[in-house]
Design a protein around this ligand. Sequence first.
Ligand code: ATP
Ligand code: MG
Length: 249
Amino acid sequence: MTALLQVRGLAKRFGGLVVTDDVDLDVHAGEIHALIGPNGAGKTTLINQLSGELAPDRGSVRLAGTVLDALSVGKRVRRGLARTFQITQLLADDTVLDNVALAVQARQGHSFRFLADARRDVGVREAAAGYVTQAGLGDRRDVPVADLSHGEQKQLEVAIALATEPKLLLLDEPMAGLGHSESRQMIDVLRTVKGRVAMLLVEHDMDAVFALADRISVLVYGRIIATGTAEQIRDNAEVRTAYLGEGDS
Ligand SMILES: Nc1ncnc2c1ncn2[C@@H]1O[C@H](COP(=O)(O)OP(=O)(O)OP(=O)(O)O)[C@@H](O)[C@H]1O
Ligand SMILES: [Mg+2]
């Protein structure tokens, strides 16, 4: 089977520091693929190269057979590669539903994007309501974004990303800063989305990783040292020494 995302020979240095060291990575359609590794391993830098925000020195990225290397961030989004939005780009005084409706409208390629239009368009609002519900915010749709809890804002970021109808969603630490119950809620959301949208999930919360991931890749000093199921990764001696904090006692 050809993987949905195929990363081949990706390499990046910052001066003398090798942050992406000849990375090969496959993410299959519908799978949640976790990318774990110690602080500074190069996870965010890798995500930035996939999304198009950072140009690699070498290597290639394909999504569903299309070579993405020369494409801008926006063109990659239109090909089906999305990452979660930063909340700062949202309209804080407007509601959850309005913000997602704007994202739906943007995908439909309207050249003038006014909130008034998004509010009037029944198709846009229905589509937006669907993404809001998938993100677990169905009962918060009419709440201004500024009034959401931190966890709910993270869920809204997922709803906005879903509004681009991605094939693959890049998630960089979606549980960061969340309390226990908010993390559980985010896990439920990602489970709901799982299967329809593939995900590359960078996350330090190992309970979340083991609860969600079909496969896990471990990045250490820019190099993928292992890829496998949760069980295979747990049992991998090199991974236990390098990341899971064992072997030094
Ligand atoms: N623009 C940059 N210029 C120079 N060095 C950078 C730059 N961005 C990141 N780095 C360095 O590259 C390395 C990888 O950083 P990166 O943020 O990708 O790690 P990470 O795996 O996401 O870590 P964390 O788990 O803490 O988020 C680090 O040593 C970091 O200091
Ligand atoms: Mg990071």
